[in-house]
Design a protein around this ligand. Sequence first.
Ligand code: COA
Ligand code: AMP
Length: 633
Amino acid sequence: MVGTGAYREQYRRSLEDPEAFWLEAARAVDWTRTPTIALDETRAPLYRWFPDGELNTAANALDRHVDAGRGEQDALVWDSPVTGSSAHYSYRRLRDEVATLAGALRSLGVGKGDRVVVYLPMVPEAVVAMLACARLGAVHSVVFGGFAPRELAARISDAAPKVVLTASCGIEPSRIVEYVPIVREALNLVHDDGARRPDHVVVLQRDAARADLRDGELDWNDLVASAQPAAPVPVAATDPLYVLYTSGTTGRPKGVVRDNGGHAVALAWSMAAVYDIGPGDVWWTASDVGWVVGHSYIVYAPLLVGATTVLYEGKPVGTPDAGAFWRVAAEHGVKALFTAPTALRAVKRVDPEGAEIARYDLGKLRTLFLAGERLDPQTYHWASERLGVPVIDHWWQTETGWPIAANPRGLEAMPVKPGSATVPMPGWDVRVLNQSGQEQAAGVEGAITVKLPLPPGSLPTLWGDDDRFVESYLSRYEGHYLTGDSGYLDADGYLFVMGRTDDVINVAGHRLSTGAMEAVLAAHPAVAECAVIGVRDALKGQVPRGFVVLKAGADIPEEQLRDELVAAVRAEIGPVAAFRDVAVVDALPKTRSGKILRATMRGLADGRDVVVPSTIEDPGVLDRLRSALRPAT
Ligand code: COA
Ligand code: AMP
């Protein structure tokens, strides 16, 4: 292994003596009660970090920097090409706005442990909302704007928030998305489900489309105008900071819980060691606050370490052109940019030569970090050659909150191997296992697991459902967390992540469940059975493709059926699913026990040589499907 050895030494210490390693890392955080214990194993396999620690995450992200004399430094720079606006928030201003919104929420009855759903576009108020909840010890649950009312409703029903914070609209390049009608429809669905409705909906009015507010809906600005600032409320390190719902293999999203203490410690550690970002550095994550990448690396991590975070309300292309990323990076002096490979593929498609890059001074840019989906070698080479900076792939999940495998640029710059997310980070005891739980030899693919305990910052459980947590992640291999990804470790210990082993797909860096889409298709009166699989796509990485078998006697023209199914997925799950492709077939390939052979279908659709399972009921079905499955050109 090449390198200075700093990585290997830290990695070894983190696994051999996690107590000492993480208590030392915990010194980067201001505690109202300093933890004396790192790991609580009393309820294993449910582990807790820093059980006797107490802190406030928002105070760590804001007040401590103001108190340290850096109140006038930019905490957040908002750049919004879709509205033609921008704004700078110093640490002092951000702290004051957060304290005021926290006071306003308190006046609505929100206190420690209460939930608040945040359904907002990429505006500074989204960051203010999250931190205001954190200040009160309340638990936020941010929902991505591209989800339809039913998905929002599912999250509201599960989290049972007292308040929903939203805006009159989001701005997509192609249209204005009015949020208030979506929230109202979601609340009707929550009511129909018999779940608890929130007491208040607070609406941020935006000029692009103002909402006519009804009874029970409050204007954000009126509310904060009369609010008294609230002080940070100390909470236990193990208290929840947020719940973020993510797609599992079923239609029911999983509420990933993040605690306060382990999260603050792990993110602060990662910001320095993985991303090489510290106080005063300008850092930009081009993602969305609705995803984990946005939670960790737009909001919490950069603020915890006193950096300046850029919040971008725009797209990689079309707002207004393929130079948008380079303009933002140059204009704000960005030291490191973090985005998803799909965003770069979108740029590359419009500007294959990278001509736009030359128009901007990217002298301050040191590193490009990519995650969210597999980094394909073409995109890797394109970006590294055009930008002339290290392009760093790293791998993680909503559940883990921070990278499982990365190239720790602040600790030791490891040589890059294209196609690899580099090496497991301290705290992550990565093991690649075969079906029967034995470790695979170097270079041999298997299920990627992490030996328990998971490090600080990773999910302690699912919201209100320890059993589902254990069943989904900890039961397949005893003593291990199942990542749901397959891959291998090479002889140098580099990790190669190859893809999901379950029915989760990744569309333009957005994690979606094919099971949820199947549930929508199956509800159509003409559909007898169906399957949705993810197929390769040159821009989005994967896109969903549906296959339906009609009920006997169903009398509907195929084109009409297709249109209705596409519209149904858009209405039930949301535009973000990008579901546009559905074929009517005479049968689906199944095993003799009736299980649909989705993995075989996926393989054929991706143009791979697949071994047809011997348990297949009727090989003829698969042969007839081959043309429908053929990869799109
Ligand atoms: N609110 C409402 N609708 C949204 C939305 C939001 N926040 N985000 C996306 N949508 C809608 C889009 O308007 C689009 O709707 P349409 O079908 O009416 O056109 C649909 O959802 C699909 O959007 P998107 O996935 O953005 O696809 P696209 O073809 O418009 O753009 C990319 C493709 C690659 C440019 C874009 O997906 C992108 O920027 N991806 C980066 C992803 C990312 O940052 N992921 C986070 C993980 S790090
Ligand atoms: P999410 O929970 O939305 O962050 O999605 C997590 C999933 O995205 C992982 O389980 C992987 O399947 C995929 N993923 C994220 N980053 C990478 C990466 N660098 N390489 C390969 N797959 C990735």
